[in-house]
Structures are given as structure tokens and as C-alpha cells.
Design a protein around this ligand. Structure first.
Ligand code: HEC
Ligand code: HEC
Ligand code: HEC
Ligand code: HEC
Ligand code: HEC
Length: 337
């Protein structure tokens, strides 16, 4: 048997045993397992999950795979209504639904009433206010952009592609493909504005890379003992710097985007410069250390040589002393050996 097949046999013997042991372990009791779903008692989720068609899809295919689910934003976070109600409190499904929807279901209603609010659908500019309850700065930038002004594309056109499965945003949303390849931006944009769009994507990608590479240099600088409050401001908060860029971008205003990109570039340049200087200083110090080590080695060698000569000289001296007649006092202890 080769060592490999021995290992394989050992593994085969071992794995089922371990599985058995794992399943033997007492799990949480069934009722505790069901409350592991934080939405198990959420009125919107429990009812909509069991509705036929679109609703079930929204809950179990789209929303559970969204960044909002990940961050505990439920249906009521966006649509409002009362998610805390329970079926047992009502005589019928219809009454339960009416109460959860706050008994109103027309189009866009006032967002902030004392008695609560419920928004069923949002379109165009109203979508921006709908999402802007939480994403305030982006709402402002978006509403001031050509898109917000036009009312299209909406937040959801870019981020959800029309569904509830809103994901982490990346610059891949900026889609330079032509209309013939189903490009999502070329639906409205001709080749002439598509070049602006490609420029924005480039600036965003390059600046994001700059933020990260500069932060890495700064970390090295700090390891070398370098401190700088002004540079640290940006590098200790890279997530916030990324986010700032990504928020400002929603103005779709090249001047604003470039201005922020330039200020980030300037911090990155200063960091690079400091990195070069400090690295050079360290190299010089290392060289200096080499010189000092050289000097010490030389001195040690010199001392060793002196020692040797002293030893040789003293032995000679001892011997010469031994032939001299004894003076009778202070006889050297080694001389009679
Ligand atoms: C007892 C069941 C029930 C509960 C509880 C419930 N809904 Fe509904 N909801 C429905 C039904 C039925 C419809 C209409 C059919 C559909 O759209 O699938 C609906 C429609 C909707 C719509 C779409 C309205 C439209 O104009 O198309 C939204 C949005 C919605 N509900 C959100 C919520 C939210 C948010 C909650 C929790 C606060 C909630 N629902 C609680 C049953 C319920
Ligand atoms: C991030 C905000 C957000 C969250 C969270 C959210 N929705 Fe929506 N929902 C929207 C928006 C925006 C629309 C309008 C989109 C459209 O009609 O194209 C919408 C539309 C709907 C509609 C009607 C439109 C349709 O496609 O039939 C229903 C029903 C609905 N949502 C149910 C839910 C349920 C149930 C949940 C919780 C599982 C939920 N939503 C969570 C933003 C959200
Ligand atoms: C034309 C397409 C488009 C529209 C319209 C749009 N976004 Fe974005 N959004 C993007 C892109 C692209 C990014 C990522 C940019 C990057 O990675 O540099 C982004 C990033 C984000 C982020 C991440 C911000 C952060 O702090 O990291 C959020 C949140 C967001 N958008 C929400 C919204 C909301 C809310 C609206 C509507 C008010 C909206 N977006 C409208 C394309 C769009
Ligand atoms: C109840 C508050 C709330 C509402 C309303 C809301 N969001 Fe969010 N959203 C969040 C939270 C919380 C996060 C996670 C933290 C973050 O990234 O800002 C998030 C994250 C996001 C992200 C991912 C950002 C990233 O990290 O790349 C996008 C995109 C986004 N939301 C778009 C939308 C859109 C589009 C709407 C409207 C249809 C919307 N949001 C409505 C709270 C909300
Ligand atoms: C529903 C139509 C529509 C869609 C889809 C659309 N845009 Fe626009 N966009 C416009 C309109 C309208 C303007 C303002 C007029 C113009 O500059 O063409 C505009 C302007 C812009 C500008 C400013 C151009 C300039 O010269 O200053 C940029 C950049 C831009 N859009 C990027 C995008 C990106 C990226 C996408 C895809 C995620 C996209 N757009 C999708 C309609 C759209």
C-alpha cells in the first residue's frame, strides 16, 4: 500500500464516524430553531411568503438575497405599515392585512403621518424619496442629477434591475455595452454621452484603487514609526472615503466627481512622498548600522590582536623574570609551575 492509499483509508474510516458524532450532538430544541429566523413573527413576511405569485417570489427569491435583508431592513423598513401585528388578533385574513397595511393602499401617500405610513409602490422621483428616507445624501445628489430631474432611471433601475434583490453596488452597474448587446445605459444614451459614462467609470475605479493602495503604504509608514494626523484622517477611514466617493458620484456631475478624485489623489501623492522619504531614511539607518557593526568588528579584532601581543609579551616577560634571581618578596604564583 502506498502512503496515499493509507491516508485515504484512514480518512474513509474517520469521516463517517465524525458525521455520526456531529449528528449526535444535541441541537437547539425545535421551537428555538424556528425563532432563529428573525422574521418568523413579522406580519409582512409571514403573510406575503404564502401569497401566490409575485409576493412569494419577492420574499423568498429576491429580498432574502438582498443587501437589505443582510442589514435587517424588512418590508416595513421600505413600505411602512405595522409588522408587529399577529394573525390571532384578527377575525379574518382580510382584517389582518388591512390593519398591517394601515388600511390604506392607494399610490404614494404622505411619508410621515403621526398614525404611521404605508407606501405600496414607488416610481420615478417618488422612488428617490422612498429610498432617500435612509439614503439621504444619495437622494439629494440623485435628485439634482440629470437622471433625478428626468425621473428615470430610478434607484431601482440601476440597483435592483427592477427586483427586490438589491445587491452591494459596484461600478459594473455602469454598463458601456451598446444597445445591440442589451446594454442597460445605452437604452437612453447615444455613443456621444457613452464616452462620458466610460470616463466616470474609469475615474471611480482608479480612485477606489488609489484609496486602497495609499492606505497600504500608510500602514507600512506607521509600522516604521511614522505619524501624520492629516494623512491618517483619510487612511484610517478608508471605508468612509470609498463611501463618500460613491455617494458623490450620484450627482453624475463630472466636475464634482473629479474634484473629490483630485483631493484623494493629492493625499495619495503626499503619502507616496512620505513613504519614499521614510524608506530612504530607514535605508540610510541600516547602512549606518552596517558601518557601526563594521567598526565594532574592527575594534574587537584590534582588541584581540592587542590581547595576543600582550599575552605573548607577558609570557616572554614571565620567562625573563623566571631567570632573574628571586628578590625574596611577592613571588609570582605562576612562576614555580
Ligand atoms: C394577512 C396578509 C397580509 C399581511 C399581514 C400584509 N400584507 Fe401586504 N398584501 C397582502 C395582499 C393579499 C396583497 C395584494 C396581493 C399582492 O400584491 O400579492 C398585498 C399587497 C401588498 C403590497 C403591494 C401593494 C400594491 O399596490 O401592489 C405591498 C407593498 C405590501 N402588501 C406590503 C406589506 C407590508 C410592508 C406588510 C407588513 C407591514 C404587509 N404587506 C402585510 C397581504 C398582506
Ligand atoms: C429596499 C426597499 C424595499 C424593501 C426592503 C421591500 N420592498 Fe417591496 N417594493 C419596493 C419598491 C421600490 C417597489 C416598487 C417597484 C416596482 O413596482 O417596480 C416595491 C414593490 C412591492 C410590491 C408590488 C410590486 C410588485 O412587483 O408586484 C410588493 C407586493 C412588495 N413590494 C412587497 C414587499 C415585501 C413583501 C417585502 C418584504 C419581504 C418588500 N416588498 C420589501 C421596495 C422595497
Ligand atoms: C445611473 C445608475 C444609478 C442610479 C440612478 C442610482 N445609483 Fe446608486 N450607485 C450606482 C453605482 C454605479 C454605484 C457604485 C459606485 C462605485 O462603486 O463607485 C452606486 C452606489 C450606491 C450606494 C453605495 C453607497 C456607499 O456609501 O457605498 C448606495 C447606497 C446607492 N447607490 C443607493 C442609491 C439610491 C438610494 C439611489 C436613488 C436615490 C441610487 N443609488 C441611484 C448607480 C446608480
Ligand atoms: C429603512 C432604511 C432603508 C431604505 C428605505 C432603503 N435602504 Fe438601502 N440600505 C439600507 C441599509 C441599512 C443598508 C446597508 C448599509 C449601507 O450600505 O448603507 C443599505 C444598503 C443599500 C445598498 C448597498 C450599498 C453598498 O454597500 O454597496 C444599496 C445599493 C441600496 N441600499 C439601495 C437602496 C434602494 C435602491 C432603496 C429604495 C428602493 C433603498 N436602498 C432603501 C437601508 C435602507
Ligand atoms: C431612462 C433613460 C436613461 C437611462 C437608462 C440612463 N440615463 Fe443617463 N441620462 C439620461 C438623461 C435624460 C440625461 C441628461 C441628458 C444627457 O446628458 O444626455 C442623462 C445624463 C447622464 C450623464 C451625464 C452626461 C453629461 O454629459 O454630463 C451620465 C454620466 C449618465 N447619464 C450616465 C448613465 C449611466 C451610467 C447609465 C446606466 C447605469 C445611464 N446614464 C442610464 C437618461 C438615462
Amino acid at each position: 500500500m502506498t502512503p496515499l492509499s493509507v491516508t485515504a483509508c484512514v480518512l474513509l474510516l474517520f469521516v463517517p464516524g465524525q458525521r455520526a458524532r456531529e449528528s449526535d450532538q444535541p441541537g437547539p430544541p425545535p421551537e428555538q430553531q424556528s425563532t432563529a429566523d428573525p422574521y418568523a413573527a413579522n406580519a409582512c413576511v409571514t403573510c406575503h411568503r404564502n401569497l401566490a405569485g409575485r409576493s412569494a417570489e419577492i420574499v423568498d427569491l429576491e429580498w432574502v438575497n438582498s443587501v437589505h435583508y443582510e442589514n435587517s431592513v424588512g418590508c416595513d423598513g421600505c413600505h411602512g405599515g405595522d409588522a408587529s401585528l399577529q394573525r390571532e388578533q384578527f377575525p379574518s385574513e382580510e382584517a389582518f392585512k388591512q390593519a398591517a397595511h394601515l388600511a390604506r393602499n392607494p399610490e404614494f401617500l404622505s411619508l410621515h403621518g403621526d398614525e404611521g405610513w404605508f407606501v405600496s409602490r414607488a416610481r420615478g422621483r417618488s422612488m428617490s424619496y422612498f429610498c432617500g428616507r435612509c439614503h439621504t445624501e444619495i437622494m439629494e445628489k440623485h435628485l439634482g442629477s440629470p437622471h433625478g430631474d428626468f425621473g428615470d432611471p430610478s434607484c431601482l433601475y440601476c440597483h435592483g434591475q427592477g427586483t427586490h434583490a438589491i445587491k452591494h453596488a459596484t461600478t459594473d452597474i455602469i454598463d458601456p455595452r451598446p444597445r445591440t448587446e442589451a446594454g442597460r445605459c445605452s437604452l437612453c444614451h447615444q455613443a456621444s454621452t457613452m464616452s462620458v459614462l466610460v470616463d466616470i467609470k474609469k475615474v471611480l475605479d482608479q480612485t477606489a484603487e488609489r484609496i486602497d493602495s495609499s492606505a497600504a503604504s500608510f500602514l507600512e509608514l506607521e509600522k516604521m514609526g511614522y505619524r501624520n494626523l492629516a494623512l491618517g484622517e483619510m487612511h484610517h477611514h478608508t471605508a468612509e472615503t470609498h463611501s463618500r466617493l460613491r455617494r458623490v458620484f450620484h450627482s453624475f456631475n463630472m466636475r464634482d466627481i473629479n474634484e473629490l478624485a483630485r483631493s484623494i489623489e493629492s493625499v495619495a501623492k503626499q503619502t507616496e512622498y512620505a513613504h519614499e522619504l521614510v524608506a530612504a531614511l530607514h535605508k540610510a539607518r541600516r547602512n549606518q548600522t552596517l558601518v557601526s557593526i563594521g567598526a565594532v568588528v574592527f575594534l574587537l579584532a584590534f582588541a584581540g590582536m592587542l590581547g595576543y601581543y600582550k599575552h605573548a609579551f607577558c609570557e616572554q616577560y614571565d620567562r625573563s623574570e623566571a631567570i632573574l634571581p628571586s628578590t625574596g618578596r611577592g613571588e609570582r604564583p605562576g612562576s614555580d609551575r
